[in-house]
Design a protein around this ligand. Sequence first.
Ligand code: NAP
Length: 292
Amino acid sequence: MVITGKTQLLGVIGDPITHSLSPVMHNAALADLGVDWVYLPFAVAPEQLETAVRGFAAIGLGGFNVTIPHKQAIMPLLAGVSEVAQAVGAVNTVWRTDAGWWGTNTDVVGFLAPLQALGQAWSQSHATILGCGGAARAVVAGCAQLGCQVIYVVGRDVAKVAAFHASWSQRDVCDRLFVATWEQLPQLLPTTQLLVNATPVGMHPQVDQSPLTTAEMALLPPESIAYDLIYTPNPTLFLKLAQKRDLRAIDGLEMLIQQGAAALQIWLQRQVPIPVMEAALRQYLGLAGGRG
Ligand code: NAP
């Protein structure tokens, strides 16, 4: 593309930012749409966050994504945040309004997209979420939106899972949200319909690790879904074990693409080419398949 004086800017801030895949998929979509926008990575240290956000307003940035470690810290710097960002307690997408920067969290719609595509009812479903970090928060908000009957969050640190539970105490989901430790997992699995790995266990380069053993995977009911938020490797060992049992397996690539697509849609106020974003990511990551 030719960058001119009219080219509009989008971007992503994080620290570090060198591993971000967002520029790959967003610039592929912008090129496909033929619009005069470009999406750039910005490394912003925590102590520079406020200055960077003010600078973005000064230079007229159209909007930006926010990644680790700024997802919570940015919230008080914005004019307002969406209901879903408040529930998750983190913002990953920011756009310009007349009142100033506004933020939301598109990880929730990203997480939900492949589940909603299944077209099934969730009101009787039990979800079990492995891990209680940032991604688990978006998964809890997503499972609440699906209407899951029971949501268990499993953590390895009793104090951290208790704090996680307490952080939802003012939310409607609180009465169907429970926490457990890994030792309790074998009791939870036989009634789990949706099992989500929201830990980095099994992520590249630890590709021979899985949060569940073969024996634990065998405890899941046959109709259950195994969902790994990790997108490299693809599939993870966790998903390979699920596939061996003929369970439905969902990888993290779809969530990554869908959260990005939702952000781009907010900035451009138009439909965005999701297959193009997927093809660009798959090509970049050296993965086969896709809809592109
Ligand atoms: P995070 O905030 O660091 O949380 C990680 C969680 O996993 C914590 O609860 C941590 O427990 C737990 N954990 C880490 N190592 C563990 C181990 N060996 N055994 C058991 N538990 C362990 O990270 P995050 O941002 O939530 O991300 C989690 C995963 O989701 C990452 O793999 C990330 O790439 C993926 N993700 C994917 C997408 C997507 O779009 N597909 C989006 C967001 C995240 P402690 O607190 O005790 O350490």
